[in-house]
Write a protein that binds this ligand. Structure first.
Ligand code: SAH
Ligand code: TMP
Ligand code: ZN
Length: 404
């Protein structure tokens, strides 16, 4: 039986996806035979209301010099992180303040601080994306952050005013060590500000593809409040974000250091009404996921039988969960197009569907495109109007399976 990664109480199983490949493990044919698989299963801890994986993958297997996800592939996300940085500068930073970001990737957030001449440090263990950040003038150290790094940061940079993280706190199964380290480097009035995909949106939208190896946790305001209470810290503001299919931003200070905004209690009440702190909610979620899978496969099987050309759009890490769990094969999808150079020419994890540049899509439009990068739909629809005009149809699966 799996134990809660936060409090050690027994987890209750929510949804067992079976054997999965590494979500960002795009590979070449010579690697097919040795491709690693691991059990992907979601559980819920009734004691601290945390939705989480029951088994996690060793961090070096996922985050290394071949990490396939470059944050700056989305212009909309670049704009999002500029406004995140602007908010930090306006509300939480004085002139000589120090900013640290974990999971700084290719510098998409910190480049804004660098440009403004603010003292900053990115902590990013994946050497290839860290090198892209360094090229932009972002100070980056190629390391994993946890409590063991805290003293070094304090010695080199002094206490931290704003500790930031986007789409990374939920990646860290050793979360207690990470928070202990953050608490030690923060100034007494310092803040931790992070955002991650939000459990409330995952349940509401049946976006089960947010569940994959890198995401150890699916946070709610309820579970995050309980998590930080354990560390003498307090959630002082929560702000929903429209990115990545629905995220939540959390502002956290040391206990009683800063006033708590009404947003926190309002969201706790909302989550109570939604049942995010109760296992039954997640059992219903599982039923919806199974229905979604069956509908998508009925559609793709019909298209395959009719000989239609179907391609995938966006070789997202999320797509690995959909492809593997639903049983999508190269017979269903001719290829998946993606703008990331490191993914192109490789094959998708598990099903080994070829990954091609977006040119292959636009040079000869297929009849249907399955939108795996649905969290970037707005940006993609704006630039792909010619596909629809050619008679092409998009296949969506979040929040419901539909063709349009
Ligand atoms: N913040 C970026 C990147 C998110 S992907 C964005 O929102 O787009 C998560 C990143 O966290 C990866 O680049 C990964 O290499 C990094 N990471 C994983 N474990 C980490 C750790 N312990 N400390 C710092 N970064 C970590
Ligand atoms: P994400 O969902 O984890 O952000 O990954 C998005 C993936 O989609 C990434 O591999 C880049 C790709 N992509 C495109 O191919 N075209 C696009 O227009 C956008 C925004 C992303
Ligand atoms: Zn727990």
């Amino acid at each position: 039986m799996a134990l809660c990664l936060v409090c050690g109480a027994p987890q209750e199983t929510v949804l067992d996806f079976g054997a999965m490949p590494i979500a960002n493990g795009f590979l070449t044919p010579d690697q097919f035979a040795s491709e690693p698989l691991f059990p992907l299963c979601v559980g819920f801890c009734p004691a601290c209301a945390m939705l989480q994986l029951t088994e996690t993958v060793r961090r070096e297997v996922m985050f290394n010099e071949n990490y396939a996800f470059y944050s700056s592939t989305s212009t909309r996300m670049a704009a999002h992180f500029k406004s995140f940085a602007d908010m930090v500068m306006a509300d939480y930073l004085d002139a000589d303040g120090m900013v640290v970001e974990i999971g700084s990737n290719d510098g998409i957030m910190l480049e804004n601080f660098s440009r403004a001449g603010i003292r900053h440090l990115g902590i990013e263990p994946s050497a290839n994306v860290a090198a892209a950040a360094a090229k932009k003038g972002v100070n980056t150290t190629v390391r994993f952050f946890d409590d063991s790094l805290a003293d070094e940061i304090l010695q080199e940079h002094g206490p931290v005013s704003a500790f930031l993280g986007a789409n990374v706190m939920c990646h860290l199964p050793y979360i207690n060590s990470v928070i202990a380290g953050i608490r030690r480097v923060l100034r007494p009035d310092g803040v931790l500000i992070f955002e991650d995909p939000y459990a409330g949106d995952i349940v509401r939208l049946t976006s089960y593809d947010q569940i994959y190896d890198e995401h150890s946790f699916y946070f709610s305001v309820t579970s995050v409040c309980r998590l930080f209470e354990r560390h003498g810290m307090e959630v002082i503001d929560v702000i929903p974000q429209p990115v990545h299919g629905g995220s939540m931003r959390y502002v956290i200070g040391l206990r009683d250091a800063r006033p708590r905004k009404p947003s926190v209690d309002a969201m706790l009440e909302k989550e109570n009404a939604m049942g995010l702190d109760r296992i039954e909610t997640y059992h219903r979620f599982r039923e919806n996921v199974e229905k979604s899978r069956d509908q998508l496969m009925r559609l793709l099987d019909d298209l395959r039988r009719s000989g239609a050309r179907v391609v995938g759009y966006g070789a997202t890490s999320k797509s690995t969960t959909v492809i593997t769990y639903c049983g999508i094969t190269p017979e269903h999808l001719e290829f998946i197009c993606d703008t990331t150079p490191i993914k192109q020419g490789k094959f998708s994890p598990g099903a080994h569907i070829p990954i091609k540049p977006t040119r292959d899509f636009s040079d000869r439009y297929p009849g249907h495109a399955l939108l795996f990068a649905w969290n970037h739909a707005e940006e993609i629809m704006a630039k792909e109007t010619a596909f629809r005009a050619s008679g092409g149809r998009w296949i969506h699966y979040v929040p419901n399976v539909k063709v349009e």
